[in-house]
Design a binder for this molecule. Sequence first.
Ligand code: ADP
Ligand code: ASP
Ligand code: MG
Length: 423
Amino acid sequence: MALIVQKYGGTSVGDTERMKNVARRCIAAQKAGHDVVVVVSAMSGETNRLLKLVAQITDRPSEREQDVVVATGEQVSIGLVAMAIHAQRGKATSFMGHQVRILTDSTHAKARIKSIDGERIHAALKKKQIVVVAGFQGVDEAGNITTLGRGGSDTTAVALAAALKADACEIYTDVDGVYTTDPNVVPAARKLERISYEEMLELASVGAKVLQIRSVEFAMKYKVPLWVKSSFTQDPGTLVCEEDKSMEEVLVSGIAYDKNEAKITVWGVPDTPGVAAKVFGALDDKNIVVDLIVQNASKDGRTDLSFTVGKSDFVKASELVKKVAKSIKAEGVAVDDQIAKVSIVGVGMRNHSGVAARMFQILSKEGINIQMISTSEIKVSCVVHAKYTELAVRALHTAFGLDAVSASEATVSEAKALKGEKV
Ligand code: ADP
Ligand code: ASP
Ligand code: MG
């Protein structure tokens, strides 16, 4: 007998028929002899609908009150799923985040889980209940409702699996696993049987929304075996697990894109010590996360500083940076929200050189201009104009040998290309 945490995303609980399907699956897992904890998201579109209501009231919502509103989507789902289980003669109890004390910090809209009290869950499991927990939400020390950022139900599920020492965590979604890239953008994308925690972490951090990044961090830290599966099929899905030798042979395992960032450039910045600290210190004080940063070479004692922030922080960040720019006597600020970040990820990059150069060649062949570049040991990201996103992802997917049909042929040509041979 095992303890399994299953998570069903918005599409999987998108209507009441689908909730009945979820109920069937939970009951089947219990009948197979397992203790079952189910985490559910809001019905698809519901969180967006709630955010629109907020926007109709104000464009500067109190973050505390916004969390009060958006957390309701998951409350509806847990009640309905628990009742769907009852209707199929199963036993189930629903819990909101605060009822099982999913304790978070107080950073509304992107709170981080600090601890979970498993007592009530274990007590309910002992009584053979299926435990239905609301994803995405928690409570801070002061008792305020918090939410974990978009896609946060994944993190609720993995954090619960870690806290309860579950044997597996299964993320049920609308695709049947993790693919080489978003299968909804590139039809030739290939499903991966396994992917390492590290690669999945990079892919999630550069925009593959199939798993929220914090969920992969938890899985990696607590070694939770994490499956991504479809709630509509019996496909075994993709296992996110520890890296092994065979994974290193693949140069690029996945490609991701992110259209949710915007670029801010402070130009004519006096090139003196402490200037960057002032700009980024001010953003950090407001909990605004900065991603890519590029500083140009200085000319006549002045330089340009460009960086990206999430689109949800864009207005706040732009206003703040305009103020700081005045105080440091910069010449001006330019903003651009028509950008996309396209990234290639693979542990094989550790042992192969020339992968970044190859990526730049592929983009240049398509006439795509690169605005910013960032690299890590297993990732290369390029910021390009948003209109080129799909073109860039498809071109890279084919050139790096990831297309489903011609995978092996392309891998050979890619190896040749890297060695400078004609293909
Ligand atoms: P859920 O509501 O179940 O949490 P999400 O929409 O958050 O589902 O995540 C699933 C979506 O992630 C897929 O429909 C797909 O478009 C997208 N996606 C992006 N990159 C990948 C990838 N590499 N593999 C699979 N799906 C991906
Ligand atoms: N309902 C939340 C969202 O739409 C959380 C989730 O679905 O994971 O972002
Ligand atoms: Mg999701």
